[in-house]
Design a protein around this ligand. Structure first.
Ligand SMILES: Cc1cc2nc3c(=O)[nH]c(=O)nc-3n(C[C@H](O)[C@H](O)[C@H](O)COP(=O)(O)OP(=O)(O)OC[C@H]3O[C@@H](n4cnc5c(N)ncnc54)[C@H](O)[C@@H]3O)c2cc1C
Length: 427
């Protein structure tokens, strides 16, 4: 098989990936930037156009017009292998399977939402908070729809404001963290440049929407689809009739490709990096929320640092490590403030489905002591999502370590597996 070597491949075209691709290319390297989504932008800039005003439009335009950057959308890394000098990624796309080789890889795979099971969570109308946001950015008409936003983290506010902007009726934002913790986060955020303006804009967008801190999701109810959600505030239960429950309990770094490459993780389950965003595997860097949840500004900064390091332009860093230090402190406050509190989390009943791909229920799982034993005996995590949804849930529910990452990361058509992978050459 012919092998083609790229100078650098960036996996993930969100803010971190876009910035690192641009910075690496400015160092004179040829860069392949690939993403599973059809277009670049990642979660926060999904659907943004290169021509539009603001930071997203500028960065997208700079990447799209840089002659040393090739952007490949609809291309998902499903296997990865670290070599001595050259690493190999296997990528699936409409064109079939491809093998891509590079001496430098920057992982910017972002994060996914953490879902926790409760009675009724599989009803149509119960969706991830960021997921509903993404669907509305993608064209779902939410005008006049009654939405309850629940779970934990500042993303709930961004989602609520975004949905309201699109015409939804947001009935309440229910946050599991207590009010003092949320207030501490607000103070820390206000100290970061630009954040107080962002917070004011969010507050203006949510004027009149009740924000209930210390509030737990109890159940979602409905016959064939969601009709109401019951929340617990203190000792009182409140039931709200609604069309959507947008729910998510924070974000989980998407470390699957990093795990296949053998990159060590830190204690919080994010990719461990040094001050130059280098992972424990030579030639592999990581940036953005795959290294810890910290928002778009941190993702851009880390993308810049990773691009400077991968492209050999350390002199461009100036005070970036100092700013990255500030971001990391903000990240730590975020983590502390929205730490999940068992008493405020949904309590599944024995019949609640935990693994929805394989229909495995809480009652079948709670007797096991670890992920592997549960998986072998119940098929939990062996369905289409390969544990991407139920893995983090079982960590929170049962304290297991979810270590089930194996290639291929998603089910593939047999025809693709039977074909000899083609290679993708630099221009
Ligand atoms: C569902 C969701 C919705 C969000 N919505 C908002 C919002 O509305 N407002 C807000 O302020 N913040 C939002 N956030 C948080 C926001 O994503 C971060 O603040 C920031 O954008 C992180 O940037 P990033 O570049 O690290 O990752 P992301 O923007 O998440 O980009 C990661 C990219 O990597 C790609 N990827 C992952 N794995 C692979 C693979 N194996 N192969 C190829 N590509 C891969 C993904 O498709 C994705 O495009 C959201 C997060 C999530 C998870």
């Amino acid at each position: 098989m012919k092998t083609d070597l790229w100078d650098a491949v960036v996996v993930g075209a969100g803010p971190a990936g876009l910035m690192s691709a641009l910075t690496t290319a400015q160092g004179g390297l040829g860069v392949l930037l690939l993403d599973a989504q059809p277009g670049p932008g990642g979660q926060i800039w999904r659907g943004a156009a290169a021509g539009q005003k603001g930071a997203a439009g500028e960065l997208l335009r700079a990447v799209a017009t840089h002659p040393a950057i090739t952007v490949l959308g609809g291309a998902e890394v499903i296997a990865a292998e670290a070599g001595g000098r050259t690493h190999t990624l296997t990528v699936t796309s409409a064109a079939g399977l491809r093998q891509i080789h590079a001496s430098r890889i920057i992982l910017a795979t972002g994060a996914t939402e953490r879902f926790l099971p409760f009675d009724g969570w599989t009803l149509p109308g119960v969706v991830g908070a960021g997921g509903l946001q993404a669907m509305s950015k993608g064209g779902l008409d939410v005008r006049g729809r009654r939405v309850v936003v629940a779970g934990s983290g500042p993303l709930l506010l961004a989602v609520a404001a975004g949905l309201r902007h699109k015409g939804a009726r947001v009935l309440a934002v229910a946050e599991q963290a207590g009010l003092p913790a949320v207030a501490a986060f607000g103070v820390a955020a206000a100290r970061l440049p630009g954040k107080s303006r962002e917070a004011l804009a969010l507050a203006a967008g949510l004027l009149g929407v009740p924000y209930w801190a210390g509030c737990a999701v109890v159940r979602a109810s409905g016959q064939h689809g969601l009709q109401s959600v019951t929340l617990r505030r203190g000792r009182r239960e409140v039931t709200l009739d609604c069309d959507y429950l947008a729910v998510g309990f924070g974000l989980v770094p998407d470390t699957r490709v990093a795990a296949l490459l053998g990159c060590p993780l830190d204690g919080a389950g994010a990719v461990h990096v040094n001050a130059w965003q280098a992972t424990g595997v030579s030639g592999v860097y990581a940036a953005g929320e795959v290294c810890g949840i910290g928002g778009v500004d941190g993702a851009l900064l880390e993308g810049f640092v990773a691009g400077c390091a991968a492209g050999g332009q350390i002199e461009r860093l100036h005070d970036a490590p100092r700013r990255a230090g500030l971001q990391r402190r903000f990240q730590a406050t975020l983590e502390r403030s929205f730490a999940l509190r068992p008493a405020q989390l949904p309590t599944p009943s024995p019949r609640t489905i935990v693994c929805r791909c394989e229909d495995v229920r809480h009652g079948e799982l709670r007797g096991f002591t670890d992920w592997t034993a549960a998986k072998l005996q119940t098929r939990c995590g062996m369905g289409a999502c390969q544990g991407r949804v139920c893995g983090p849930a079982t960590e929170t529910l049962y304290g297991w370590h979810f270590g089930g990452v194996r290639a291929p990361l998603l089910p593939l058509p047999l025809a693709q597996l039977l074909d000899e992978p083609t290679t993708l050459s630099p221009p």
